[in-house]
Design a protein around this ligand. Structure first.
Ligand SMILES: Cc1cc2nc3c(=O)[nH]c(=O)nc-3n(C[C@H](O)[C@H](O)[C@H](O)COP(=O)(O)O)c2cc1C
Length: 262
């Protein structure tokens, strides 16, 4: 495995929390001798699939002219696909899901039976992807916030006829920004080693995956820090002259403020 394509679906692109993990992981992948292409949905114009199956009726030609062709070409030149996405409403971000839906152009209309289960055959122009990896972070504290996404991405691997090769999941991801560097260094190092391991051994070990997901701060303390941050931001906005941003609810300065854990 020598060629990797990373698609980051965060609306925050290269400035987001997901990217902190992606950067470390990619460093390890490159150190192990693989080449990496990075795409950001934020910088791509990808329309949602229109659902008419025009591509199935017209020899795999999509009716839309946008940046999807660039993504499909990148997929043709990679053997590992990394889906990088923050958790949005318990799943992948909308832009990344839109992009994945458009992969229908590379799927044959015919249903085949694989291990007793219906799936589509891939078209002869299909991608060369052999393995799929997930990198994600979420705002809540618990690991179970990745449950729905994990089930979904494993199913996507099946649909794309490739092996699910592991996931780097970072709960309370925003803590990577506000905690001192020494507290997150083991997470970053483990993400880098997981990248190396994937290229050398073809899979990431559970030990490294768990090190990336380790608790960085207690739940109560985290809630307190995040809520204090948002109270500060909202008070600043309330007193700011720039009234472009409006809230349906005014920030309260009473004990209702989120300074206090419930
Ligand atoms: C629209 C939206 C939906 C979100 N939904 C969830 C969610 O369901 N569960 C969760 O734990 N975090 C959720 N988050 C928080 C993000 O996962 C978190 O802020 C993450 O660090 C953002 O990563 P990024 O900087 O790479 O975009 C949501 C954020 C946004 C903007």
């Amino acid at each position: 495995m020598k060629r990797m394509l990373v698609i980051n679906g965060s609306p925050n692109g290269a400035k987001g929390n997901t990217e902190i993990l992606v950067n470390a992981f990619v460093e390890g992948v490159e150190a192990a001798g693989a080449s990496v292409t990075r795409l950001y949905t934020k910088n791509l114009r990808i329309n949602p699939c229109c659902g008419t199956l025009h591509c199935w009726k017209n020899q795999g030609k999509c009716c839309m002219k946008d940046d999807m062709q660039q993504v499909l070409e990148a997929m043709n030149n990679a053997d590992v696909l990394v889906l990088a996405s923050p958790v949005h409403v318990d799943g992948l971000t909308g832009p990344l899901k839109n992009l994945l839906d458009r992969f229908v152009v590379r799927v044959s209309p015919y249903i085949v039976n694989r291990n007793g289960h219906n799936t589509h055959a891939l078209s002869n122009k299909s991608s060369s992807i052999k393995k799929l990896v997930l990198i994600s972070n979420c705002g809540f504290h618990e690991m179970d916030n990745f449950d729905a996404m994990l089930v979904h991405v494993k199913a996507i691997a099946k649909l794309f006829h490739c092996e699910f090769a592991g996931a780097l999941l970072r709960p309370h991801g925003p803590a990577m920004r506000f905690l001192p560097k020494n507290l997150i260094s083991e997470v970053i190092l483990s993400a880098k080693m997981a990248g190396q391991e994937l290229i050398k051994a073809g899979r990431m070990s559970e030990k490294l995956e768990q090190a990336v997901s380790q608790e960085l701060i207690g739940k109560k303390k985290y809630e307190l820090m995040v809520n204090a941050h948002w109270t500060k931001v909202r008070i600043k906005s309330f007193f700011s002259k720039d009234k472009d941003i409006s809230y349906s609810e005014k920030p309260s300065l009473s004990t209702e403020t989120a300074y206090l854990p419930s």
